[in-house]
Ligand binder design. Structure first.
Ligand SMILES: [Zn+2]
Length: 479
């Protein structure tokens, strides 16, 4: 069998003023796509998986329309060259927002369908922070979403999506989707699957898979920072036959999510203003304290260029703190021009979105410059009165231990580590003797009920606290 694969994977805050452009995406084609780590699992199948194009960006602001159209046109051209194929596997995120569109994945998936035709099964993997629509459901045959947040089952999800596809091809099954949109939106930080209620809601999915006729059960939190008509949580089942028992399973799952809506919260993490969090960090008799600057978290769609926490640290002469990192191309380049050991006066922060925040202007010393020939990969470690800061050329998270060790930094040697993050990554969480999260301002502000200009989102909890709701199932047009 021949199965084409590709897709587009990003998450976009409609509250961000910056745009995601071509240079923000890592684009893989042909052999580079076939050989990439993310798709190594496809080599384990006895079938031929034919690469097309896969474009992936760190979450950010809306995708520039021309960038999207460019990728889509190339993807469709490459898809045409793979024909005939027995099936298609799409590796998507699900919360992309493209300028002038309200259902970007729907557009991509519908265009895929128009190339491969009605008879060709299409299976998609999705992030559980993705949003769905009738158009998406109607043009897919199978869907499988992550079951963990933080996401530690990315490959397993791809395997589930491909196993289903191959199972249906081998057994000549025509699966369908049952979708129950749930009018609830939560930030990822309140819906980690390591905390209740998400932990128990997601734990059921494996058992639902075992019901006769069910190929896959998915539960999606959705993406709250997109003011779109399709922004909701969802329960979705891929089923091999259209029966009422499967429909009832999807409805029950959705009802359970709705019933738990008041229970979603920030887990075991202590949350507060920047000042409160720095008070708690200073008082802590243990280290390292890890503080997540959540409103500016680039992996949620934040810009990642804000310097407010740094400003607070300097104002209170906080010693032994590491801030990783602040995306600031001009400041990073100035450090490279000055060289290691140099002292210079820098304006730090607010260069990607000058309207969003204020920079910190201060004397600094350049401690370390990452060796790279690629300007976008530059990282400068600087020191300011006992506070160490990593400046970066591009928007990027610091989620892995190697992100620090590659810069000669040991997290344990600092009293306080500040990262632009929501819940901590699986690498960082075990290191934190105390985990704090500041509910800071930014494009992914956790104060979701205060989000401006909610024009397109349907009535949804918690925006509409008195909402009444009864679940109803939507069957995909192809089922
Ligand atoms: Zn996600």
């Amino acid at each position: 069998m021949r199965i084409a694969f590709g897709g587009i994977h990003t998450e976009c805050s409609t509250y961000s003023r910056i745009r995601s452009r071509v240079q923000d995406f890592r684009v893989l084609r042909a052999n580079a796509l076939r050989q990439s780590c993310a798709f190594q699992f496809l080599n384990r199948y006895p079938h031929e998986f034919v690469p097309t194009l896969h474009a992936r960006a760190v979450p950010g602001g809306p995708v520039e329309r021309a960038t999207y159209e460019l990728f889509k046109a190339e993807f469709l051209e490459l898809l045409k060259t793979t024909l005939p194929v027995d099936g298609v596997y799409l590796a998507m995120h699900g919360a992309m927002f493209v300028e002038g569109m309200h259902d970007a994945e729907g557009d991509w998936i519908e265009a895929t369908r128009s190339i491969v035709g009605e008879a060709c099964p299409v299976s998609a993997s999705y992030d559980l922070h993705g949003n769905l629509s009738k158009r998406i459901i109607d043009n897919l045959d199978m869907l499988s979403a992550y079951r963990t947040a933080p996401h530690i089952d990315v490959e397993e999800t791809g395997i589930r999506a491909c196993n289903m596809l191959i199972h249906c091809l081998e057994n000549k099954l025509r699966p369908g989707l049952i979708w129950v949109p749930i009018p609830v939106l939560m930030p990822g930080e309140k819906s980690s699957t390591e905390d209740q209620p998400a932990k128990r809601l997601y734990a059921q999915l494996e058992n639902i898979d075992k019901h006769a006729g069910v190929l896959d059960a998915s539960l999606l939190v959705g993406y709250v920072w997109a003011d779109e008509p399709r922004s909701t949580a969802s329960a979705v089942l891929t089923v091999s036959n259209k029966d009422s028992a499967s429909e009832q399973l999807a409805i029950t799952l959705a009802q359970q999510y709705w019933d738990a809506r008041q229970e979603f919260d920030f887990g075991g993490v202590r949350t507060g203003s920047i000042a409160e969090c720095l008070d708690w960090a200073a008082e802590a008799g243990t280290k390292p304290v890890i503080l997540a600057d959540s409103g500016d978290n680039p992996t949620g769609g934040g810009v990642g260029d804000r310097a407010e926490v740094l400003e607070h640290l300097l104002r209170r002469s906080f010693r032994s703190a590491l801030v990783a990192g602040i995306a600031d191309p001009p400041a990073t380049n100035a450090c490279y021009a000055a060289g290691e050991g140099a002292t210079l006066r820098l304006s730090i922060g607010a260069t990607l979105d000058p309207e969003g925040s204020q920079p910190v202007i201060t004397e600094t010393r350049v401690v370390f410059l990452a060796k790279t020939d690629e300007p976008s990969e530059r990282q400068a470690v600087i020191s300011i009165n006992g506070v160490t800061v990593v400046l970066t050329s591009r928007r990027r998270p610091f989620h892995h231990i190697r992100d620090f060790t590659s810069l000669g930094l040991s997290i344990e040697s600092f009293h306080l580590l500040v990262v632009k993050s929501g819940y901590l990554s699986p690498d960082l969480a075990p290191l934190a003797k105390l985990n704090l999260m500041t509910l800071s301002d930014g494009a992914v502000n956790q104060d979701i009920e205060g989000l401006p200009a909610n024009q397109f989102r349907p009535p949804t909890f918690p925006f509409n606290r008195n909402l009444q709701w009864t679940p109803s199932a939507v069957w995909s047009a192809r089922s």
